[in-house]
Design a protein around this ligand. Structure first.
Ligand code: ADP
Ligand code: X2W
Length: 263
């Protein structure tokens, strides 16, 4: 998957992504740089759960998930959000196919270690790389919703989208993962001013989590990044999706967002 990269698109930024972002995806696809997209949608899930009167709660960044919540997670991620992204990509003139991790056993999962606290939340055990390769070979960019499927084929799992994207990147063997979110990178207070760190190492990340400078939704992003750079993935870059031509700039120029590198 030499000419592919994984892009994770967070729910925090999806609605705000300008048309130019999807235009950029089309240009990259035409140039043979194929994005494999894994998306989130946490805010939309919370919104729909709220409308249905179902209470929701997060334990260390993971949504406590029972069958009723899982129905809503699958409906919102694999239905609403996934198809919205596919439509926007197609409107830009590019070709995309939307799937969830359930389709073709794309994301195989098992219960997380703390399932007694969070319920039907999954960790990725395997990714059907052949399916991703097949879709890319047909000229489409895969758009993947992070719902996983158990080994028995019957149980679904809710998977944090950062975790799912990191696992897809590791398993299909891309060199780069780009995490698109609502901040311009990892911010650190220097001389009383918040600045974007151009790059961070695994050690600096551990220190920033320890000190509380990295918190909340940034934690699963950096954890997923740290995990995938232990393998074939060379770097993970965290960027803001509203910046012009952000993907092309990461891939061609660098010098934007925060790069997470091995050391
Ligand atoms: N050091 C940090 N630098 C930047 N953002 C941070 C940091 N620590 C925590 N955050 C928070 O992480 C958020 C991004 O995570 P999240 O809201 O889960 O986004 P997404 O929906 O894109 O996954 C930022 O909006 C910010 O509030
Ligand atoms: C287990 C778990 O917490 N799953 C997430 C899946 C969506 C997600 O991760 O979306 P963002 O990237 O927008 O946060 C959830 O239910 O919200």
């Amino acid at each position: 998957m030499k000419d592919c990269f994984v892009m994770k698109c967070g729910g925090s930024t999806l609605a705000a992504l300008p048309d130019a972002f999807f235009e950029d995806l089309r240009i990259l696809q035409e140039q043979g740089l194929i994005p494999v997209i894994v998306h989130g949608g946490g805010p939309a899930i919370s919104d729909t759960l709220g409308k249905l009167g179902i209470e929701t709660e997060f334990v260390n960044g993971l949504r406590r998930t029972d069958e009723r919540v899982l129905d809503v997670v699958e409906m919102v991620l694999a239905g609403q959000i996934n198809k919205e992204i596919v439509r926007k990509i197609q409107c830009s003139g590019a070709k995309a196919i939307g799937l969830s991790g359930v389709d073709g056993h794309l994301i195989q999962a098992e219960p997380v270690k703390n399932a007694h606290e969070v319920g039907l939340v999954g960790d990725v055990t395997n990714v059907n790389g052949e399916l991703v390769q097949g879709i890319v070979a047909m000229g489409y960019m895969p758009v993947i919703a992070p719902v996983g499927i158990g080994a028995d084929g019957g149980q679904r799992y809710n998977i944090n989208a950062d975790t799912a994207a990191g696992a897809v990147a590791s398993h299909i063997g891309v060199e780069r993962m780009i995490v698109v979110t609502d901040v311009p990178g990892i911010l650190k207070t220097v001389d009383g001013e918040k600045r974007v760190l151009p790059s961070v190492t695994v050690r600096e990340i551990d220190e920033m989590i320890e000190s509380g400078e990295i918190y909340g939704g940034m934690i699963p992003k950096v954890r997923a990044a740290v995990q995938c750079i232990q393998g074939k993935v060379r770097e993970v870059v965290i960027v803001n999706g509203s910046e012009p031509a952000v993907l092309s700039r990461v891939l061609r120029e660098g010098g934007i967002g925060t790069r997470i590198v091995r050391n």
